[in-house]
Ligand binder design. Sequence first.
Ligand SMILES: [Zn+2]
Ligand SMILES: [Zn+2]
Length: 128
Amino acid sequence: MIKERNTKQKQIIYSALCTLGHPTATEVYEYVHEESPTIGRGTVFRVLGAFAESGRARRVHLRGSDERFDATTSPHYHARCRVCGRVSDVFSTELAHFLAATNTGDFCAEEAEVEFRGICRACSAEKK
Ligand SMILES: [Zn+2]
Ligand SMILES: [Zn+2]
C-alpha cells in the first residue's frame, strides 16, 4: 500500500519535472503541491535526489542559481535568458567532442557544465 503511494508520488514528481523543464526543487514542490497537497516538501526533495542518483534526472548548476533538475539526461548544455531566466537545452555533438578531447592536464575530468547566457527569442522580439 505504502509502496503504491510512493510510486504514484514519484510519477507526479517526475511529470512535474518534465513539464517545468529545469526547475529547482522548490519549484517542483510548489507545482506539485497545487495538485497534490499531501506530498510534502521533504518527499519532493528526496525523490528528486533519488532520480539524480539513479540517472533518471540530472542536477544542473547554473551561475547564481539554486540547484536545478533536468529530466533530459543525454549530454547537452544550457542557455539561460538574462531577461526572463528561461533555461533551454543546447545539443551540440561538436562541443561534446571538443570538451572530451580537451587536455585537462593532471586532472581527470568526468563532466563539464557549459552555460550560454544571452537573450531568448521571445524576449528579443519584445525589445524591438
Ligand atoms: Zn527571455
Ligand atoms: Zn537541460
